[in-house]
Ligand binder design. Structure first.
Ligand code: FMN
Length: 224
């Protein structure tokens, strides 16, 4: 038996992993960045094969990791975690610097960043695990704490989308734990959010989530 709730007990941080160059750069939110060796310092970043950033890492042979601060905004999660750079320029208007390898590094809402040269790519199925050797590491804001995945889920009450390796299909939770699906109704237009269909608990939707039919606020919804 697999109790999927146990998977939420694994600790992670939250990062923006970027790649590309000055002409076309892009990044995505990741919770799967970790150090794999000390000498030399190497880091792994796990990136879905469909992510636009995967293409850029393979092409440029480098990536950056910006460590998000604990109060990182829902805007930054919306821009980098729920939309693909295939559709628009995510770095437009952002405070970005370029590293020694030429990759963009997002400074906004970060406390530190790393820059890595790609040394190995491991195909792990749906995702590619990029292993990079550290070429640069700097602090950007020493006054703040890093954002953790637990804080993001519990305090920000947000979830992760399907491309995240840690995504949990709620129907699997249901099979294993008799999870109760609820429905929530928009009082303005009558739209019903059904957790059984959406596979994400209503309470785990970002706080700035709005009714897809009429734009009413999440806090206005009524539990049926
Ligand atoms: C909290 C959170 C954690 C995520 N972690 C990962 C991850 O570790 N690996 C991954 O491939 N996608 C992850 N994602 C999903 C990507 O950020 C998302 O699919 C993004 O839109 C891909 O952007 P791109 O196509 O521009 O590269 C995560 C998203 C969120 C909100």
């Amino acid at each position: 038996m697999i109790n999927f709730e146990a998977l939420y007990r694994i600790s992670y941080g939250l990062y923006i992993v970027c790649s590309g160059d000055k002409t076309r750069g892009n990044g995505f939110i990741s919770n799967t960045v970790f150090q794999v060796t000390a000498e030399p310092p190497k880091f792994a970043a796990c990136c879905h094969k469909n992510n636009f950033t995967s293409e850029l890492i393979l092409k440029s042979g480098a990536f950056s990791v910006s460590v998000l601060n604990q109060n990182a905004s829902s805007d930054i999660f919306g821009r980098f975690g729920y939309k693909s750079g295939k559709e628009f320029d995510k770095l437009a208007g952002m405070n970005v610097k370029y590293g020694d390898t030429g990759v963009p590094i997002v400074i906004d809402e970060s406390i530190a960043f790393l820059e890595c040269r790609l040394v190995e790519t491991i195909d792990v199925g749906t995702h590619l695990m990029f292993i990079g050797e550290l070429v640069n590491a700097e602090m950007t804001d020493d006054s703040k704490e890093p954002m953790t995945y637990l804080y993001y889920r519990k305090v920000k009450k947000a979830a992760s989308p399907k491309n995240a390796p840690t995504y949990i299909d709620r129907s699997k939770l249901a099979e294993n734990q008799k999870y109760a699906f609820n429905k929530y109704e928009c009082p303005a237009c009558g739209y019903v959010y059904d957790e059984a269909t959406e596979k994400i608990k209503f309470e785990e939707l970002p706080q700035d989530w709005v009714c897809p039919a009429c734009g009413s606020r999440k806090t206005d919804f009524i539990k049926l």
